[in-house]
Structures are given as structure tokens and as C-alpha cells.
Design a protein around this ligand. Structure first.
Ligand SMILES: Nc1ncnc2c1ncn2[C@@H]1O[C@H](COP(=O)(O)OP(=O)(O)OP(=O)(O)O)[C@@H](O)[C@H]1O
Ligand SMILES: [Mg+2]
Length: 282
């Protein structure tokens, strides 16, 4: 395994609620995110995914255990800027992430705050907008763009900080299918061509299926971890923690329940079609 860009050790966390109670939200999470990898995090509502994500760039600090970003303990206050530069965050609602009235000013906002020199900002903004396919919109007003376009602007803003890792918390939840596909393609390309480590939290099984690795959370713990093919084959276990599986896996699983001999790991549409063809043409 390459060096981990993010490492959690026995991570525990509780929020204190209005009644002064502190229910445990993360209950011993040991996770290593390898540099350059593309990891999807799945889990039922309330399983602790967003809380885990916020530990990945020191928005939250552990109540117990440790989190390291590129080897730096996130509890080290003096390293906060360094940690934020290393790991960028993208959230669900693009409207809450737009800060300027012109696209290129919006993308320039974060690097300006980091004190990057003006000519270097120009280069980064152009490059980031090209990377998300929004360069021709650089002089547009962000609020007039579609949800998917706004989300790609938000991603460009994070890219302009040149982080080693981007953590996206349900970035496609508010988008239509076209916007979702555009955003996912953008993220995949960043990972494949620029080597940016990606951690994406999603409720969409088809998005999760495209990751190199899946981490499944339930009740503040990691309950499954492996390639999409490995994880999705455990259909009963996933259903037990309130998750569905991709349509391809569900279809094959149902056929197996009826006694048909089909492989459960035919995850892509093409593989699934081949498995059905083989079943019909023995
Ligand atoms: N700011 C907060 N104060 C108190 N409790 C919180 C806070 N944020 C989250 N929680 C609680 O922590 C638990 C985990 O929440 P978290 O947002 O991490 O889950 P999640 O897996 O991201 O869920 P979802 O799929 O709905 O986004 C939930 O029980 C939630 O109610
Ligand atoms: Mg969440």
C-alpha cells in the first residue's frame, strides 16, 4: 500500500446535544486512505459519514483516538492551514459554497485567502476551470448556472488550492442525472489524470460502484471495506445495515434466490448482460 494520505486510529467522536448528552457517533474507526486512491463511503442516514468526513480536514477533532493528514496529527492547531491545504472539502449544496458574483472570482477566493501570488492565482484558476470543463463560463454569474455547473465551480475552487486529497460529502445529492454524471466524470478525471486522492460520500450505488474501494459505515463503525465487487456481493449484510445494492447485483441476487446459477460479481451493465446471456444460452 502507498503511504496513507489520511489515517484514523481508534477514532471516536460524540456531539454534545441540547440535553447535555453525548451519544457516540464514531465508535472506533480505523481507516487508511491510500494516496491516489478513489474511495467511496456508504452508509445509512446517521451512520456517521459526514462526521467522519469532517475529521479528514480538522473541521472536527476526535473525542478519542487520532486522525493524521499526510502524517500530521489534526489536533496540532499550528498545522491547521497545512491540513486544510492538503485536504479540500466539497459539500452537498452548491449554493452554500458560492461566494462571489463572477465564476473566476469565486474560484480565486480560496487561493487568495491562502496568500497565493496574483499571477499564480490566474494560472490556478484557469487550470481549475479547465479541469472541471467550465472555463468558457469564467465570466458568468454563478447563481445563473445549473446545479451541476455550480457544483463543478465549487470543485474548481477546491482544486485551485491544489490539495492532495478532495473529500466530497454527497456532492451529487441535489443534482439531476445529467449534473450528477458531469460531476462524477469530473471527479474521476481529477483522480485518474492528476492523481488527486478522492473520498466521496454517496447514497448512489452506481456512483459507489465506480470507486476503487468501498467503505461501508453503520452505527459509527466501518462494517465493510473492499473493492465494489467484493463489498456488493455481500447482499444480505448490506441489506442488514439498511443499504441497497446496484440494480445489476440486485437482479442477479434475485435470480440466485430462485435457484439460478449466475455470478453475483457481474457488477457493470456489460458484465450483467453477459451473465444473463450465458444463463439464457447454456
Ligand atoms: N451538529 C450536530 N450536533 C449533534 N448531533 C449531530 C450533529 N451532526 C450530526 N449529529 C448526529 O450524529 C449522527 C451522525 O450524523 P452524520 O451527519 O455524521 O451522519 P451521516 O451518515 O452523514 O448521515 P446522512 O446520510 O443523513 O448524511 C446522527 O445521529 C446525527 O443526528
Ligand atoms: Mg451526511
Amino acid at each position: 500500500m502507498n503511504d496513507p494520505i489520511i489515517k484514523t486510529e481508534s477514532l471516536r467522536f460524540s456531539y454534545t446535544n441540547a440535553e447535555g448528552e453525548s451519544p457516540v457517533v464514531l465508535n472506533g474507526v480505523d481507516l487508511q486512505i491510500e494516496k491516489g486512491s478513489f474511495v467511496a463511503v456508504l452508509g445509512h442516514n446517521g451512520s456517521g459519514k459526514s462526521t467522519l468526513a469532517k475529521h479528514m480536514n480538522a473541521i472536527l477533532l476526535p473525542s478519542g483516538g487520532k486522525v493524521y493528514v499526510a502524517g500530521t496529527d489534526t489536533a496540532d492547531e499550528e498545522k491547521l492551514m497545512e491540513i486544510r491545504r492538503t485536504v479540500g472539502m466539497v459539500f452537498q449544496n452548491p449554493d452554500n459554497q458560492i461566494v462571489a458574483n463572477v465564476v473566476e472570482e469565486d474560484v480565486a477566493f480560496a487561493p487568495e485567502n491562502l496568500g497565493v501570488a496574483p499571477e499564480e492565482i490566474r494560472r490556478r484558476v484557469d487550470e481549475a476551470l479547465q479541469a472541471v470543463g467550465m472555463y468558457e463560463y469564467r465570466e458568468h454569474a454563478p447563481h445563473l448556472l445549473s446545479g451541476g455547473q455550480k457544483q463543478r465551480i465549487a470543485i474548481a475552487g477546491v482544486i485551485a488550492m491544489e490539495p492532495q486529497c478532495i473529500v466530497l460529502d454527497e456532492p451529487t445529492a441535489m443534482l439531476d442525472p445529467v449534473g450528477r454524471a458531469d460531476v462524477l466524470r469530473t471527479i474521476k478525471q481529477l483522480n485518474r489524470t492528476k492523481g488527486v486522492t478522492v473520498v466521496i460520500i454517496t447514497h448512489h450505488m452506481d456512483e459507489a460502484a465506480q470507486a476503487d474501494r468501498l467503505v461501508v459505515m453503520a452505527k459509527g463503525k466501518v462494517v465493510a471495506d473492499g473493492t465494489p465487487k467484493e463489498v456488493f456481493q455481500n447482499v444480505d449484510d448490506l441489506k442488514a445495515v439498511g443499504l441497497t445494492v446496484p440494480d445489476t447485483t440486485e437482479l442477479l441476487w434475485q435470480l440466485r434466490q430462485c435457484g439460478q446459477d449466475v455470478p453475483l460479481d457481474a457488477l457493470s451493465d456489460e458484465e450483467c448482460a453477459r451473465a444473463l446471456y450465458d444463463l439464457l444460452n447454456p
